[in-house]
Design a protein around this ligand. Structure first.
Ligand code: NAD
Length: 250
């Protein structure tokens, strides 16, 4: 049986954990050759183990030279880059209101969650244009579509990712590069654990806010990412697709 992304070369950022790891597993199952990027070398090795081996590239997505080198490493190994899942991100200091946020903390979130996505797109699209096309999926969030208290830089950065996605999609639509985003709702990953801590009340509050009555499993986001990257979504570009159990439909 052939996979949805058979023979495609795919880079995944934030691949050492959570949603990135689950996407790597799904891409591998669907026939892709994988390049895994993250700042966390140990986590990268674990993800590579899960999928029976992959190119791993220690990369800080906020550093242009490192992102450039990431794409170069993919080309060195596989000769092309068909799909990219730009997913590395941090939550920031959740629960800190707009006036409480410290400037350094604000800058850090925007640097990783917004500038990091732009830098990845920049070097990936340069390569995709050289080879005649490709497909990109960025990780935004439901916080890219609606406000969320206590997360001002995160919400600003994720709204920014939605805007970047639309703009790049328009710029390269006729040149064979599709650019979309996914907007995850609340998924059970280490990031969520850090936000919720060990407080059962907060967990209950999060669960109550989910129309579907449960949290998402990382594999459920991965299915959407693989589809958007694949040729099955060949007429879809510029979209930011909620995968959120109905959250933004409220
Ligand atoms: P996670 O913490 O499990 O994984 C994030 C990964 O990004 C980690 O491996 C981390 O090392 C990596 N990373 C952080 N900074 C980096 C940098 N500068 N360069 C390279 N890698 C870096 O979190 P997750 O839940 O898997 O989140 C993945 C993405 O999904 C993030 O963009 C996050 O904002 C988004 N998201 C998550 C949820 C959720 O409920 N978990 C909801 C909406 C959006």
């Amino acid at each position: 049986m052939s996979g949805m992304v058979d023979g495609k070369v795919v880079v995944v950022t934030g691949a050492a954990s959570g949603l990135g790891r689950a996407a790597a597993v799904a891409f591998a199952r669907e026939g892709a050759s994988l390049a895994l990027a993250d700042i966390d070398a140990a986590g990268l090795a674990e993800t590579a183990d899960h999928i029976g081996g992959a190119l791993t590239i220690e990369t800080d997505v906020t550093e242009a030279a490192q992102v450039d080198a990431m794409v170069a490493a993919v080309i060195d190994r596989y000769g092309r880059l068909d799909c990219a899942f730009n997913n590395a991100g941090i939550e920031g200091k959740a629960g800190t209101t707009t006036i409480e946020y410290e400037e350094d903390d604000w800058d850090r979130v925007v640097r990783i969650d917004l500038k990091g996505v732009w830098l990845c797109m920049k070097y990936e699209i340069m390569q995709m244009l050289r080879q005649g096309g490709g497909s990109i999926v960025n990780t935004a969030s439901i916080a890219g579509l609606v406000g969320l208290t206590g997360s001002s830089p995160y919400v600003a950065a994720k709204h920014g990712v939605v805007g970047l996605t639309k703009t790049a999609a328009l710029e390269y639509a006729r040149l064979g590069v599709r650019v979309n985003a996914v907007c995850p709702g609340v998924f059970d990953t280490p990031l969520l654990e850090r936000i919720l801590g060990n407080t059962p009340e907060r967990k209950e509050m999060y669960l109550d806010a989910q129309p579907i009555g449960r949290l998402g499993e990382p594999e459920e986001l991965a299915e959407a990412v693989v589809w958007l990257c694949s040729d099955a979504a060949s007429f879809v570009t510029g979209q930011s697709m909620p995968v959120d159990g109905g959250y933004v439909a409220q």
